[in-house]
Write a protein that binds this ligand. Structure first.
Ligand SMILES: [Zn+2]
Ligand SMILES: [Zn+2]
Length: 81
């Protein structure tokens, strides 16, 4: 019984280690996603499509950007349309 539990624990630990490893491997080569909205803005948009109330986010939105202060990212050089 105890051996079984230990085996299970080891399997779980190995499994999570593998998952973490795969996660890191999948994330390492890719650059941070460009044009990612800040978390607060995503939340606001999910809530009745409201605009985020943060002053910094409002300023960023005016410039057609995602708020970098709140964790958003912008495409380095936006291609001209
Ligand atoms: Zn925001
Ligand atoms: Zn902000």
């Amino acid at each position: 019984m105890i051996m079984k539990a230990t085996k299970l624990l080891v399997a779980l630990l190995l499994g999570s280690a593998l998952t973490l490893g795969a996660f890191a491997a999948a994330n390492a080569p890719t650059p941070p996603p460009a044009g990612k909205k800040a978390g607060c803005c995503v939340k606001a948009a999910a809530d009745n499509n409201k605009a985020c109330g943060h002053a910094c986010c409002v300023e960023a939105a005016k410039a057609n950007k995602n708020c970098e202060k709140c964790g958003g990212t912008n495409v380095a050089a936006a291609p001209a349309k």
